[in-house]
Every structure is written in structure tokens, then in C-alpha cells.
Design a protein around this ligand. Structure first.
Ligand code: DGL
Length: 280
């Protein structure tokens, strides 16, 4: 038994797709969430900047004494080499669980991946999929405007701006006869209805937030680190910019009142010991 909280982070709202699933599968767990709303989006930044932000986010969650950290961000997961940094807390990203799920879902071995520019450039999902099956045919597309659209609340299923942009991004993928599409960015499930309408209802969508949450839950279960089942868990949210816009969109997505549970944090204060050599 371990009643410490699970730490989850993302550049903004996207990691809530993992939180939503964690609340479902592990209702007794306490969760602390950090959304780096002051510095979103990550996906158009350099590798060095993404790494710097990721290490600060991790350091902040470690300061809250969490029992595990879930990087619910495709961009961070694709950029951070876990073996090259000392995290000291059980840690998972989204790439491996999502690639594994997609490999199980596809029937025709033709898999599409959409993600931020940094994620697609990194080739991380592609590498993971080809490790599972070298015969997979993989088609990738970066969709840099999706994150700002989600962060700005353009998320209703009939939102015309998001629909037009989705049509532009996904036209190429539609010609490749994929039967499975990986949401390589955790923001994208928030607009999954629009994406599904454009790519076609026959294409199975694989949600990286959801798959990573299931994977994290299994790590805790197998290592006997789940919380006691006595009480229901709590959720606390931290953001690096104003509380109000995050709260509004988070409430829409999670369908619960979160305003009183959202706090602001100065993320620039958090740096691991080795940070200065690497980034100054
Ligand atoms: N949710 C993040 C991801 O999964 C968004 C990255 C960004 O801020 O551009 O990639």
C-alpha cells in the first residue's frame, strides 16, 4: 500500500486525458497534476527547451513527494531519454504503451500517427512500432495547430475552425488506407469527435493519455503501490499561468468543478541539481 499521490504532467490541458482515465481505473488514488500553461505549446520548441521544461516539471512533482510520475505528454515522452536522466521515482511516458496498444488494434498493419512537430520529428512512435513489428507501414503527420486550438477552447464537436484545420492536416493520411490512428499528442483526444469525422469512422483511434494511464495503473498494481481502498482519492491541479482559463476548459473536459482545486506555481523555481551544467 502507498497513499502518496501520483504525479501527472503535460504542457497544458492534454494530460487531463490521462487523469480522466486514472480517475476511472484507480478511484482511490490521489492525483497531482501540473499543466505548464504559461509555456504551452512545447511541440514547436527545440529539443533543448523541451528537455529543460520537462526536467523542471519533474522536479516540481518530486517536490510534492509523489510515488510515481506520468509524463502525459507525447512531446516530452518523445524527447526525454529516460536512461540519460536521473529521475529517482518510478516514471513512464506515453510512447511505449500507446505503440503497444496500436500494434494490438491494427488488422491491416497500416498505422497513422499524428502529433506535434517535435514528436513527429523525433520518430519515437515509429521506432517503437517497428520494434514490435518491422512489417508495419507507418504514415505520420504533424498537426501543430491542434494544441493551441484545444488550449483556446475550440473543442466542441461542431467547431468549424477546428474542422477545417483537421481536414487540411488529415487529407494525406486518408489516402493511405490506415485502419488505426495514434493520437501521439495527449491533447488530441479532446477533439477526437472532429478527428474521427474527418479520418472516417472505420479508423480505430488510439488515445495516448488513456493508454499511458492504464500502463501506469498496472505498474502501481504489480509493484503493490496502490493506495488503500478506504476513501476516494483527491485531485489537485497546478498551473504555471492564470487559473481561470485552465479551470474553465478542465471543467468542460473532466465534467467536474475544479476551480477550487487549481493553484498557480512558479515553475522556473524548480531545477534538478545537474540543471545548471546542462542549460546555462
Ligand atoms: N499534450 C502535449 C503532447 O502530448 C502537447 C505538446 C505541446 O504543448 O505542443 O505532445
Amino acid at each position: 500500500m502507498n497513499n502518496k499521490a501520483i504525479g501527472v504532467f503535460d504542457s497544458g490541458l492534454g494530460g487531463l486525458t490521462a487523469v480522466k482515465e486514472l480517475l476511472k481505473v484507480l478511484p482511490h488514488e490521489n492525483i497531482v497534476y501540473f499543466g505548464d500553461t504559461g509555456r504551452v505549446p512545447y511541440g514547436d520548441k527545440s529539443q533543448k527547451t523541451i528537455l529543460k521544461y520537462a526536467l523542471q516539471d519533474i522536479e516540481f512533482l518530486k517536490s510534492l513527494d509523489v510515488k510515481m510520475i506520468l509524463a502525459a505528454c507525447g512531446t516530452v515522452s518523445s524527447t526525454l531519454d529516460e536512461s540519460a536522466v536521473k529521475i529517482d521515482v518510478p516514471f513512464t511516458g506515453v510512447v511505449k504503451p500507446t505503440a503497444t496498444a496500436a500494434a494490438n488494434v491494427t488488422r491491416n498493419n497500416r498505422i497513422g500517427i499524428i502529433g506535434t512537430t517535435a514528436t513527429i520529428k523525433s520518430g519515437a512512435y515509429r521506432r517503437e512500432l517497428l520494434k514490435i513489428n518491422p512489417h508495419f507501414q507507418i504514415f505520420e503527420q504533424d498537426c501543430p495547430l491542434f494544441v493551441p486550438l484545444v488550449e483556446n477552447g475550440f473543442i466542441e464537436s461542431d467547431n468549424q475552425a477546428t474542422l477545417i484545420i483537421a481536414e487540411k492536416y488529415l487529407a494525406g493520411l486518408r489516402n493511405h488506407k490506415i485502419d488505426t490512428l495514434i493520437f501521439g499528442c495527449t491533447h488530441y483526444p479532446i477533439i477526437s469527435e472532429i478527428i474521427s469525422r474527418v479520418i472516417g469512422p472505420e479508423v480505430r483511434l488510439v488515445d495516448s493519455g488513456r493508454e499511458a494511464a492504464v500502463f501506469a495503473a498496472n505498474i502501481l498494481r504489480f509493484s503493490e503501490n496502490l493506495a488503500e481502498r478506504k476513501t476516494s482519492g483527491s485531485c489537485t491541479f497546478y498551473v504555471s499561468d492564470t487559473v481561470s482559463s485552465f479551470s474553465k476548459n478542465a471543467e468542460l473536459f473532466l465534467q467536474q468543478n475544479v476551480t477550487s482545486k487549481v493553484k498557480m506555481v512558479d515553475i522556473e523555481k524548480y531545477s534538478p541539481a545537474s540543471f545548471n551544467e546542462k542549460f546555462t
